[in-house]
Design a protein around this ligand. Structure first.
Ligand code: MG
Length: 264
């Protein structure tokens, strides 16, 4: 068969498959490396992990916005950093218990469902970087939280937006068991890029000091096509270094500052 004969069906097939997947063309992630840590909250004095901080990250055109997920005792997935919300331990409280308190801007504690819906509004450029918190109850509880989050992203048609991150390696492995195509980044800083790659984890998102200690992991990640992300980068010198090292993502409380540096 001639090459031209072989190419025709391939071209036709790719044209057809792209027609059948409008989602694929919908998202064009912002061409920068900035992930707003707990949303873009600092400059505007929004609460961390609020819907306002998520919307601000989208408005700033960050390529990603990060947030933290816990599960309440009655199975609500909620967005908050600490294990406690106003002295109530989230994992041991019901959502109704938690609702008696508000965030400092008057928002209710966001559910993951509300957060995803807000993340899909006026957004075709910002990734939703979803941290699943390791459970203080037991490892299996955390994995079940992950499972419920993955199901919700699927139900809300938001799978193409999400990058899952966790300090708990088994949570990421659980996510990959459910969706082998999921984007996953490991946070804990104790595995080499090659080890993560062998387990199907797509990126490493380590404290920047880990990369200062293991500069060889930067090269190793690039050689293995493992995504490079670093947290939480607020020092301008560290920003410069990671930009120079061509990191894929920089997770920061100062998204405006990193964006300004990238423009220069
Ligand atoms: Mg986090």
């Amino acid at each position: 068969m001639k090459t031209s004969q072989l190419l025709c069906p391939i071209i036709l097939f790719s044209a057809l498959s792209s027609c059948n997947s409008p989602k694929a063309s919908k998202i064009k992630f912002a061409d920068n490396i900035v992930v707003a840590h707990r949303g873009a909250w600092k400059a505007k004095n929004f609460p961390e992990n609020s819907i306002a901080s998520l919307q601000q990250a989208i408005k700033l055109n960050c390529t990603g916005t990060e947030f933290d997920v816990w599960r309440t005792a009655d199975d609500s997935l909620v967005i908050h950093h600490d294990p406690h919300f106003n002295d109530l331990e989230i994992e041991k409280s019901t959502y109704k218990d938690l609702m008696q308190f508000q965030l400092s801007n008057g928002e209710q504690l966001p559910t993951l469902s509300a957060y995803i819906k807000a993340g899909l509004t006026n957004n075709n450029h910002t990734r939703l970087v979803c941290e699943i918190k390791p459970s203080n109850i037991n490892a299996a509880y955390g994995q079940e939280t992950a499972q419920k989050a993955v199901t919700l992203f699927k139900e809300l048609n938001a799978e193409d937006y999400v990058v899952y991150i966790s300090f708990d390696y088994d949570i990421l492995k659980k996510i990959l068991e459910i969706n082998p195509k999921a984007n996953t980044q490991y946070l804990n800083g104790d595995k080499s890029p090659a080890e993560c790659k062998a387990d199907g984890i797509t990126g490493i998102d380590y404290h920047f000091s880990v990369f200062q200690k293991h500069p060889e992991w930067i090269k190793e990640a690039k050689e293995n096509n493992v995504i490079l992300n670093a947290w939480t980068v607020n020092d301008p010198k560290v920003m410069d270094w990671l930009i120079q090292e061509k990191f894929d993502f920089v997770t920061t409380n100062e998204p405006e500052e990193v964006l300004k540096k990238l423009k220069k």
